[in-house]
Structure formats: structure tokens, C-alpha cells
Design a protein around this ligand. Structure first.
Ligand SMILES: [Zn+2]
Ligand SMILES: [Zn+2]
Length: 186
């Protein structure tokens, strides 16, 4: 990366002059920051000179005895709606008709005829479903509320670990961090 020492704007290796000030660029040896809003890179700034947005670390120039450390936590949260009452007999008059006898048959029926396309099923059975069953089917299109937590793995067992490495924007799936060492249990 090359940098303009006058306006602190960062360019790639091929660029020789600053587009803004015409200054000759020099090779960068400082930490690089990125604007969250316009994505432009700068050195030696806290805020973007273009739009005033705060800058985030993009790449640190580490000396051989420097390294970055971060905490990482992994957890599972399960959410659910309130239970809604269904009468399985209501589906015996539907198209196609439900002909099973237990919850297992009913799950198979719903999977094959209803749940993958609830709207079409309701359209097709407008006259066969009572209001309450139809409302429940519509509700099944929605995600549960985020507050309706039924399980949170953090209450049972914490799962946090530490990683050593360096900020590296190429590692997008790892939060822009190149992990060199980790004490995570498998
Ligand atoms: Zn410049
Ligand atoms: Zn900006």
C-alpha cells in the first residue's frame, strides 16, 4: 500500500500520485483505517475527512514482537412461538384430504402438502378451513419473536476462547482477522 503524507489517503501499490493533492506517494509503514461509510482507507485519522464517520482498524503494521489478541464466543439461542392449538380433523375436508391417525402421519401430511407453500394451501382450501385454523397457518409464516428464548447455551456452559493473530481484511468470514493461534476446545 502507498500513502499520501499530506492528506493521509491510502492507495494501492501501483498508484504514484495522490488524486487529491498531486503529492508523490510513499510506501506505507503505519496502521491503516477504513471508513465504515465510504470504505476509503486512511492512516493517522480517527474520523473520515470526507463524511466524518469514525474509522475502524483495517490493517495494523506489526513489528516482529507484536501480535493481536481477541476473545471469541460461540453460543446457540433457540426461540419459539407460543404453542397454537390445531384440530387434525379440520384437515380431513381439505385438498388433499388428511387420512392419517397420529401425530407422525400429521407431520408427514403437513410437510408434503402445507408447510412448503402455506399460501397456496390456504388459497386452495379457503372454503374448507375455519377461521382459527387459517389464522394459525398464516402465523406459521412468521419467525418467532427474538425475545421468546427457550434455550440459550450460555446458561448451561460458556464457550469462549482466545485467539492470537492479526487484523487482515482478506479473512472476511473470520471477522477480518487472521487467526494464527487459538485455545478453542474442539
Ligand atoms: Zn493527498
Ligand atoms: Zn468516509
Amino acid at each position: 500500500m502507498n500513502v499520501c503524507k499530506k492528506c493521509n489517503k491510502v492507495y494501492d501499490e501501483k498508484s504514484q500520485f495522490c488524486e487529491q493533492c498531486g503529492e508523490t506517494l510513499v510506501q506505507n509503514t503505519a496502521d491503516v483505517f477504513q471508513c465504515d461509510k465510504c470504505r476509503k482507507l486512511f492512516i493517522d485519522s480517527e474520523f473520515c475527512p470526507n463524511d466524518g464517520s469514525p474509522l475502524k482498524i483495517y490493517q495494523r503494521n506489526l513489528t516482529s514482537n507484536q501480535i493481536e489478541i481477541r476473545n471469541v464466543e460461540h453460543y446457540t439461542v433457540q426461540i419459539a412461538t407460543e404453542p397454537m392449538l390445531l384440530n387434525m380433523d379440520d384437515f380431513k375436508n381439505c385438498v388433499p384430504p388428511y387420512e392419517g391417525t397420529d401425530s407422525n402421519d400429521f407431520m408427514t401430511y403437513l410437510n408434503e402438502n402445507t408447510l412448503y407453500d402455506i399460501e397456496s394451501f390456504i388459497d386452495q382450501n379457503e372454503a374448507n378451513l375455519d377461521d382459527s385454523t387459517r389464522d394459525i397457518l398464516w402465523n406459521l409464516e412468521d419467525h418467532p419473536d427474538e425475545e421468546n428464548v427457550i434455550y440459550d447455551s450460555r446458561n448451561k456452559q460458556g464457550n469462549m476462547w482466545h485467539e492470537l493473530g492479526r487484523t487482515n481484511p482478506d479473512y472476511t468470514k473470520n471477522g477480518g482477522f487472521e487467526t494464527l493461534e487459538s485455545n478453542q476446545y474442539d
